[in-house]
Design a binder for this molecule. Structure first.
Ligand code: FE2
Length: 224
């Protein structure tokens, strides 16, 4: 019989460890994305990258993340009956980027708003429609050009240099849509703006819909 302290007996008597679980395996896709973006922001010897270079570098990593639809935990894919949801998936400790799942309930839409930092928006499930806005000659924000309809796998960029103001909605009135966003800041803490139809602008800080993050870092059940 094993006695207290006889921990060395663990290996021969314990059941074999699973190689993975349903939870840890899909999260490798998100962890790989987070790792890749971190690396793109930390090239050896470099202190900064211009926005266009960075967006071009991050885009294929996001495309890879969108290529599978088995990794987003159900808890971070839940719509709310009244409000669209923004769940934080990861925040860079240095505040250089964040990743969120944006979950649209049927028929939900944003106000006209900005971001103030670069962002890539990739469609995971369903579809969304994004209408760009620009200042007209009278100094009012008005729709500019055609709306973009994002299908699964599609990626759109926003930034103060590319065009930062838009209005976005779920393309569907009868089902949930989900997009995955990566921004060049801890987006939930950024002071941003909404642009009401009557003119002017109002500050807002979006925050996040979740209080807890998915555990990307438990690699104990992987074969390494
Ligand atoms: Fe937006």
């Amino acid at each position: 019989m094993a006695t207290l302290g006889d921990h060395r007996g663990l290996a021969p008597t314990a059941p074999p460890l699973p190689t993975h679980t349903a939870q840890t395996m899909p999260l490798t896709a998100l962890r790989d994305f987070v790792t890749a973006v971190t690396q793109e922001l930390s090239p050896p010897g470099a202190t900064a990258q211009d926005e266009a270079t960075l967006l071009a570098a991050v885009r294929p990593h996001l495309a890879r993340l969108l290529a599978s639809d088995d990794w987003l935990p159900d808890e971070l894919a839940q719509p709310h009956a009244q409000y669209y949801q923004q769940y934080l998936l990861h925040a860079d400790p240095l505040g250089r980027f964040s990743v969120v799942s944006f979950v649209w309930g049927p028929g939900q839409k944003t106000p006209v708003h900005d971001h103030t930092v670069w962002g890539l928006i990739g469609m995971l499930r369903g579809e969304e429609i994004a209408q760009p806005y620009a200042l007209d000659d009278a100094g009012r924000w008005t729709p500019q050009g055609p709306a973009a309809r994002l299908l699964p796998g599609d990626i759109e960029a926003v930034s103060p240099t590319l065009g930062d103001v838009h209005e976005v909605r779920n393309a569907f009135d009868d089902r949930t849509s989900i997009s995955i966003h990566v921004y060049g800041a801890n987006i939930g803490a950024v002071r941003r703006h909404v642009y009401p139809a009557e003119g002017g602008r109002k500050d807002f800080v979006s925050g996040y819909s979740n209080a807890w993050l998915p555990n990307l870092w438990d690699r104990s059940k992987e074969t390494v």
